[in-house]
Write a protein that binds this ligand. Structure first.
Ligand code: RP5
Length: 165
């Protein structure tokens, strides 16, 4: 997937294994022509990389961070602890507990350090992309128009009557 030189959204994930889920966020941002980057940043395996990423994010021009992780999913919360940028957390579905562990790890932040937590799995990643675009669209009329058009297309794709597949 192509990445822009000056990304506005950082999509980070704890492992290569999260990409199958997290690419749904990237696909949405590509469809809406939102500059973004994708990186593997693990709270547990690469903690220094995580700290460096969070500390540098705002200065590099990022405006939203989407962080996906599974299991003991500390990445979104630990990144949120180190930046004032909005952080959207995506609970990746885990093998052992189907992502309930990821969800609870991400959603139960202490008051004062927010993470906007989405649904478990691909729906959550897709919606994180849409939420990031909606945040950016508040200050970007052209993006708002693209987002509204995307929603119109979605509405138009829903049939009135169910059919056999
Ligand atoms: C988490 O552990 C990652 O976010 C991933 O969802 C999970 C499993 O990682 P791998 O063992 O597949 O690298 O840190």
């Amino acid at each position: 997937m192509a990445e822009a030189a000056t990304p506005l959204v950082g999509i980070i994930m704890g492992s290569q294994s999260d990409w199958e889920t997290m690419k749904e966020a990237a696909l949405i941002l590509e469809a809406l022509d939102v500059p973004h980057e994708t990186r593997i940043v693990s709270a547990h395996r690469t903690p220094a990389r995580m700290t460096e990423y969070a500390a540098a994010a705002k200065g590099r021009g990022l405006q939203v961070i989407i962080a996906g992780a599974g299991g003991a999913a500390h990445l979104p919360g630990m990144v949120a602890a180190q930046t004032t940028l909005p952080v959207l957390g995506v609970p990746v579905e885990s093998k052992a507990l189907k992502g309930m562990d990821s969800l609870l790890s991400i959603v139960q932040m202490p008051g004062g350090v927010p993470v906007g937590t989405l649904a478990i799995g691909k729906a959550g990643a897709k919606n994180a992309g849409l939420m990031a675009a909606a945040i950016l669209a508040n200050g970007d009329d052209a993006l708002h128009s693209r987002l509204a058009a995307w929603r119109e297309t979605q509405t138009g794709s829903v049939g009135d009557v169910p059919v056999d597949s």
